[in-house]
Write a protein that binds this ligand. Sequence first.
Ligand SMILES: *Cc1c(COP(=O)(O)O)cnc(C)c1O
Length: 430
Amino acid sequence: MTEARQPGFDTLQVHAGANPDPATGARQIPIYQTTAYVFRDADHAAALFNLQEVGYIYSRLTNPTISALAERVAALEGGVGAICCSSGHAAQIMALFPLMEPGRNIIASTRLYGGTIQQFTNTIRKFGWSTKFVDFDDPAAIEAAVDDDTRAIFCESIANPGGYITDLDAVAAVAKKVGLPLIVDNTSASPYLCNPIKHGATLVVHSATKYLTGNGTVTGGIVVDAGTFDWSASGKFPSLAAPEPAYHGLNFHQALGGMAFTFHSIAIGLRDLGMTMNPQGAHYTLMGIETLSLRMQKHVENAMAVAKWLEADPRVDYVTYAGLDSSPYHDRVARICPRGAGALFTVALKSGYDGCVKLVNNLKLFSHVANLGDARSLIIHPASTTHRQLPPEKLAAAGAAPNVVRLSIGIEDVADIIADLDQALAAASA
Ligand SMILES: *Cc1c(COP(=O)(O)O)cnc(C)c1O
């Protein structure tokens, strides 16, 4: 007997979740632009609503195009299931929703996407949830911040915007010790560069808006469940491991085991919060993922060359790219993201806040946008844009000081990227 071969990443990114369309034989996954699905008969409808049979009811819950994307990303991340959502921010709420209740809190890294800091600081308070922000380079501080009401630990693998890499093994060890799920936002790395589940993550969240789609056409998000967390062990997760009043008293963990989180998120999260992805968006993201590994290799290769060039330039104060020997996080690359440190980093200019504004205004190939993970090279000045609502101490902690710009290096010819930076730096320093 031969053992079943485990397909590699490049095969999965093209094939996972994609069977020829049963109705037409279409090789590419059709865009099922439909709201509802006809039940075979009343028994079939009842079985679907009882979760006794898997099938399609209504596209706020599930849709074949979107299911294909969920299956593909789950395969690439090494999870048992995934839920597609309307945005990365929606994915974060969807990840927390089954775990939380009013009065509960999460422990989150200080180094996060600016929008996430905002969501976790202010907006989630409306649900009665709160966040304690901690320096995740200090595992003892994470552990010390945990209290009886803590329900999750949250960080990014490669943190936006500063070229920081989280020691996921150390953080996962704390999560395991205190019996809490670890949620990792893997947007900036993509599953090609980092697989948080291999390092002990319970849930992985993505903004599919970024590298997964890869061309700035879609707003989407995904939550992947490792399927490994024991929701029943602590008694802290009644929505998942006690009779759930929102679903006629079903105990999801008892009934569905490792699929409890995924089914809860569809049956209750998508049903009642409605943060659903649309089939067109799922189609674009599926197309993007087919070339994910090829794009990420080129993103990393270009980012490395640009970071080295900038670091050697006298107009530049410093470059925070974990791919550089000078980075304090360089040692973590081989262990956490062995295929490269991503393509997102910050550059501090000697010409300060004004120099950053001039640089942004003079670049021609780079686009000045509040986005990252596009095929195009992008730039933003966090202190005057994405991070402008943060107080000064949080700006510094998030790696977004006033003289810092964030670059998202694209897949253009690297010589053209460098030439553009060279002319704009000349203008910025003039
Ligand atoms: C963009 C981004 C988000 C939010 O995603 P949206 O799709 O814009 O809602 C969350 N986390 C990270 C790391 C991001 O880059």
